[in-house]
Design a protein around this ligand. Structure first.
Ligand code: C5P
Length: 407
């Protein structure tokens, strides 16, 4: 419910503006109140009269309206709100917000506010996928602005792909979540956290496979830590010998391809941590029947082909990318340089690097010594148990999520 909550809805000029009328009704149905601003372009799609009628209060559309003593100023407009929602958010307003421009009432209000802001992008698929828009959305994301959608589907212009505004039900759900008080003990309440763990098994034939020595302990410890902080945890696990942690949904998989498919099927999630030791290679044509030694055979050949890189695929998703994508780097040499290069190559927000050249490593032990690498800093943590690493890391990620990506 949105009892006593006030939303400032900024409607910009896109065909999806008609859905904002539904959004106004949904906010009011939830017990909230709505003040509205229409940009000049928005008025080509919906009228101030219909917006004002549904909202039950005047719709603002011009900065100069507000200079009148009898009117409230743009600062007041944002001050009175608990949350500002820009829906639909066109490529144009996203670009203006990313650059701090303020040339009309909507952009001036957005620049002057200290309230949380949410956008629901809506535009043609090519505009959404354009590097400039992606750069601007990433900037907003890093500035702590919440982004809902866009959805993928058929567009008003006849094309297909990501760019449709999220449905009003999804936007209202995001608004309710954004305005729900955060329990200090459970900062990940209402958040979905996806974790991959363990090795993968890549079949050679029905009884043999390629595997590695990952125990899955660090990934399982992360799942327990995320659950303690209130998250809904989905643990995609390769074959391991560990107990299923209570309260956690475990999806068992064997191969890297299955792991990727399951990960995609669980989207959207807020945080995705790829702790699995995924096999880099799989057997090109694994046999359907058990391979038998032939008489006189003293060697055999197996052709290996690359597995999909799950971390990289998920970090570079154009739609539904998790807000925080975290990878691991197990290295035996040049740990920090290799980990920094991995952060860039894979497109993730954080790499947890651990040196597996000596006995601190991840492979089977109870302890771990890690370095936390983000785009702008490196933190080295002392050696501690895998559960302690997990607890500290989840607190860290919860803080990053709460403050926008940069902390
Ligand atoms: O490239 P490298 O295997 O060292 O990268 C390690 C990180 O990438 C880990 O987070 C691991 O879970 C992830 N990874 C993946 N899919 C692969 C290979 C690695 O998700 N095929």
């Amino acid at each position: 419910m949105l009892n006593d909550k006030r939303i400032l809805l900024i409607i910009t000029g896109g065909i999806a503006a008609y859905k904002s009328l539904e959004l106004i009704r949904a906010i009011k149905k939830q017990g909230g109140s709505v003040s509205t601003i229409l940009t000049k372009a928005a008025k080509q799609f919906v009228t101030p009269l219909s917006v004002a009628t549904l909202a039950g209060e005047k719709a603002f559309d011009d900065l100069f309206d507000l200079n009148d003593e009898t009117e409230i100023g743009h600062i007041e407009l944002s001050r009175a709100a608990d949350l500002i929602v820009v829906a639909p958010a066109t490529a144009d307003i996203i670009a203006k917000m990313a650059n701090g421009m303020a040339d009309d009432l909507a952009t001036t209000t957005l620049l002057a506010t200290d309230k949380p802001v949410m956008i629901a992008p809506a535009m043609n698929v090519r505009m959404w996928e354009h590097v400039a828009t992606q750069r601007n959305v990433l900037q907003l994301h890093n500035d702590g602005i919440m982004v809902v959608g866009p959805d993928e589907g058929e567009m008003a212009c006849g094309e297909y792909g990501p760019g449709r505004m999220a449905e009003p039900e999804a936007i209202i759900a995001a608004i309710i979540e954004a305005l729900s008080p955060v329990d200090a003990e459970k900062p990940l309440q209402g958040k979905r956290v996806l974790i991959t763990a363990g090795p993968t098994h890549e079949p050679i034939d029905p009884v043999r496979y390629i595997a590695n020595r990952s125990s899955g302990r660090q990934g399982y410890a992360l799942a327990i830590a995320a659950e303690r902080l209130g998250a809904k945890v989905i643990l995609i696990s390769g074959p391991v010998n560990l107990d299923i942690p209570p309260g956690i949904e475990v999806l068992p998989v064997e191969t890297a391809s299955e792991m990727l498919q399951y990960a995609k099927d669980e989207l959207p999630v807020d945080i995705a941590i790829f702790a699995a030791a995924v096999a880099d290679w799989k057997v090109k044509n694994s046999a359907d029947e058990k391979l038998k030694k032939q008489k006189g055979q003293d060697s055999m050949q197996m052709q290996l082909v690359q597995n999909p890189d799950i971390l990289q695929t998920m970090a570079k998703l154009k739609t539904n990318r998790p807000q925080l994508v975290v990878g691991f780097a197990a290295e035996t040499e040049n740990l920090l340089e290799n980990a920094k290069a991995k952060l860039l190559k894979k497109g993730c927000d954080m790499i947890i690097a651990n040196d597996v050249s000596h006995e601190t490593g991840i492979m089977g032990g109870n302890d771990n010594q890690v370095h936390i690498i983000t785009a702008d800093k490196v933190e080295s943590w002392p050696k501690m148990s895998k559960q302690a690493v997990a607890d500290r890391l989840m607190e860290y990620l919860a803080a990053m999520l709460g403050h926008g990506v940069n902390i």
